[in-house]
Design a protein around this ligand. Structure first.
Ligand code: NAD
Length: 420
């Protein structure tokens, strides 16, 4: 299995050598600035005690407070969290928001916990992390298997310990607890803006293009929804268990309704009432990645496009909305096959962009309209795509390397000022 942290370090070394990054800065980016490991014992509903390991990695804060989501997943490991924190440092710089990079996670399958247990676990995590969190220090957000409700528990616990209401300590909160309108949909919406702007730059018409989306959670669902609204044909979606393929195109909204009703995607392809998708077929997760589509959107977990399946991918464009979905070996194969990869550090930056808007509103006691949030998100995403394309043509590199170059040059500029 590809180690995402090793991969991140390799990429940093290779891009650093292309731009003569200061060796001292390289040395400080090659390992996180701080790693906190905690253990979280909680009493279960049946009276037994289970202890969960958890992490917070603060990678770099040259541009601003550490920023990054918290993931609840049975496979969360330190190396995964380190890689995700590093990618946040790079992503915040690409989208040009004043944040550094951080990430956290608990090694837990949240699906086996009751709501009370989940809340107890989240509050315990907050208590242990309290000394290193804060609106101008480290600001978490949701990630895989965490959501606005969980962020609400986190901010409530933090505020209780701090003795004052501190909404800016976390983003992705419920809107009535200081969250921003548009944050929940932001990563998918931002990805859609990035793709449409890229297509425009390439002179391609999005109407009727076929799309397959892996992952049908927050990011996957909203991406499918917005791409369908933009006139594209979403033909396949999948979740952790399996997927559905509907050649004529499916309705993301009806598919979500069906998934909620059945508790899983399985069977949605033949549910009579969901007429748009009744001509579909069941597919395995792996199959989705090699379907004959124009656009492939990995929106689940890392390491899914690998050396063993990259050559079988028939999409001409990959929009990476998951973090780290493509291994370095797969990247080489995709490049050889002229597949355009809109890299994660650009494509999924809409989430942290609107997190910044949320944080800004909290810090300045403002409430923006959803329209204002979405318009500003579009401006930031388009500018980031333009910056990356400019670096690409200047240096004759891939979009991924160009995005790294944009980010590292920005970080270096800020870092140099701090050295004086
Ligand atoms: P989520 O928990 O809402 O959804 C994850 C989805 O992935 C679920 O539908 C799950 O069933 C599916 N999944 C898991 N394993 C799978 C597999 N092997 N094959 C197919 N589907 C699988 O999480 P999310 O917030 O949508 O995050 C998805 C990805 O986007 C992650 O890589 C995350 O780091 C990244 N991301 C999220 C945000 C955000 O704002 N939520 C921002 C930037 C990046």
């Amino acid at each position: 299995m590809d180690n995402p942290w090793k991969r991140a370090q390799q990429k940093l070394h290779s891009v650093a050598s292309q731009i003569n990054l200061d060796p001292l800065l390289l040395a400080s980016l090659i390992e996180p600035e701080r790693i906190v490991t905690v253990s979280l014992p909680i009493r279960r509903d049946d009276g037994t005690i289970t202890t969960f390991p958890a992490y917070r990695v603060q990678h770099n804060n040259a541009l601003g407070p550490y920023k990054g989501g918290i993931r609840y997943h049975p496979h969360v490991s330190m190396d995964e969290v380190k890689a995700l924190a590093f990618w946040m440092t790079i992503k915040c710089a690409v989208i040009n928001v004043p944040f550094g990079g951080g990430k956290g996670g608990i090694t837990v399958d949240p699906k086996i916990l009751s709501e009370r247990e989940l809340e107890t676990l989240t509050r315990a995590f907050t208590q242990k992390l309290f000394p290193i969190l804060g609106p101008t220090t480290d600001v978490p957000a949701p990630d895989v298997n965490t959501n606005a409700k969980i962020m609400g528990w986190l901010v409530d616990e933090y505020s209780k310990i701090a003795g004052k209401n501190s909404p800016a300590v976390v983003t992705g909160k419920p809107v009535d607890e200081g969250g921003s309108l548009g944050r929940n949909e932001a990563t998918g919406r931002g990805g859609c803006y990035a793709l449409l702007h890229t297509l425009q730059k390439l002179g391609l018409n999005p109407k009727g293009m076929t799309v397959a989306v892996q992952g049908f959670g927050n990011v996957g669902y909203h991406t499918a929804l917005f791409l369908a609204e933009a006139g594209m044909k979403v033909v396949a979606v999948s979740d952790s268990k399996e997927g559905i393929y509907v050649e004529k195109g499916l309705s993301p909204e009806k598919t979500l309704e069906c998934k909620k009703e059945k508790g899983m995607l399985a069977g949605c392809y033949c549910v009579g009432s969901v007429c748009d998708i009744k001509n579909g077929k069941w597919i395995q997760n792996q199959e989705l990645l090699t379907l004959p589509v124009d656009i492939l959107v990995p929106a689940a977990l890392e390491n899914v496009i690998t050396a063993s399946n990259a050559a079988k991918t028939s999409a001409k464009i990959i929009l990476e909305l998951a973090n780290g979905p493509t291994t370095n070996e797969a990247d080489v194969i995709l490049k050889k096959n002229n597949v355009i990869v809109i890299p994660d550090i650009l494509a999924n930056a809409g989430g942290v962009c609107v997190s910044y808007f949320e944080w800004y509103q909290n810090m300045h006691n403002q409430d923006w309209t959803e329209d204002k949030v979405n318009k500003k998100l579009k401006t930031y995403m388009k500018k980031a795509v333009d910056d990356v394309f400019m670096a690409k043509s200047k240096r004759q590199v891939s979009l991924r390397d160009a995005a790294y170059i944009v980010a590292l040059e920005r970080i270096q500029k800020a870092w140099k000022k701090q050295q004086k």
